[in-house]
Every structure is written in structure tokens, then in C-alpha cells.
Design a protein around this ligand. Structure first.
Ligand SMILES: [Zn+2]
Length: 141
């Protein structure tokens, strides 16, 4: 069976029945950061709590990446197989904006303010076949 592993430790809960992004909430000023950090980027407070972030937010801004990014971009794609992909910021309840890849790359199907769900899908494969799981935002049904 193919093994799966997260693209980075601490970015989201994995494995999990209901995976979620992980942010850090400052217990002094209440600001939530993603990815989770040891201290608050707003007030430098050290008293932070890691928590699961909401799974639905709204598209704050977006664009379509039409050429293959340079390293450290690392996917299964080559210059020949690269497909344009959407990328954007999704604002989650509470105000944190998360940059992420979108599952949709058709500008006609993307608009600022639309509801987006975070989903966790294979991003690339390791040489041994293991799947590396990343997070993406998908227009809510
Ligand atoms: Zn703070």
C-alpha cells in the first residue's frame, strides 16, 4: 500500500479523520498565525496555543500560476507536463489569511469572496512511490 506523509510536520493534523490546518493563537492579544509559530507575530508574546483552524473560509485574492516555478518548487511535474494552477489567500473566520494552492485554475470559476474549503490531497510522489500530502483550497459546493 502506498504510504502518505504530510508535506511538512506541524502544518496540519495528519493522519486524521477530519484533517485541519494548525495555527497558533496568541493568549495575550488573540491574533492567530499560520503556520503555527512559537511566538506572536503581532505582539511578540510567547504564550501561544496551537489549534485547528476552521476548514472553510473566503477567497481573499487569487491568481493563476501559468509557468512552472523555480526550485524549491518540487512536484511530479516537468516543463512538459506542467499545468497552470490557481493560488490564492483564503481568509478564515477569525481573520487569519492562509496562502495556498487552489484546486481550480479556471478564472471563470474563481471570484473574490467565494467560500473555499481546505482539502488535503497528494501533492507529489517520493522516489519510492510514497505520496506527499499537501493542503489545497477548493471552491465550496
Ligand atoms: Zn499577540
Amino acid at each position: 500500500m502506498t504510504k502518505q506523509k504530510p508535506i511538512a510536520e506541524g502544518l496540519f493534523t495528519w493522519p486524521a479523520a477530519q484533517p485541519a490546518l494548525l495555527g497558533s493563537r496568541c493568549n495575550d492579544c488573540g491574533i492567530v498565525s499560520f503556520p503555527a509559530a512559537q511566538s506572536c507575530m503581532a505582539c511578540s508574546g510567547q504564550d501561544v496555543t496551537v489549534e485547528e483552524l476552521p476548514r472553510r473560509g473566503t477567497l481573499w485574492t487569487w491568481t493563476v500560476q501559468r509557468f512552472m516555478p523555480k526550485a524549491p518548487y518540487h512536484s511530479d511535474e516537468t516543463e512538459q507536463t506542467f499545468q497552470p494552477y490557481g493560488v490564492g489567500y483564503v481568509e478564515l473566520p477569525g481573520g487569519v489569511r492562509v496562502e495556498g494552492r487552489l484546486t481550480e485554475n479556471d478564472p471563470a470559476k474563481l471570484r473574490i469572496g467565494m467560500a473555499m474549503d481546505v482539502v488535503f490531497e497528494p501533492y507529489r510522489h517520493e522516489a519510492n512511490g510514497d505520496e506527499v500530502i499537501g493542503f489545497f483550497f477548493r471552491p465550496a459546493a
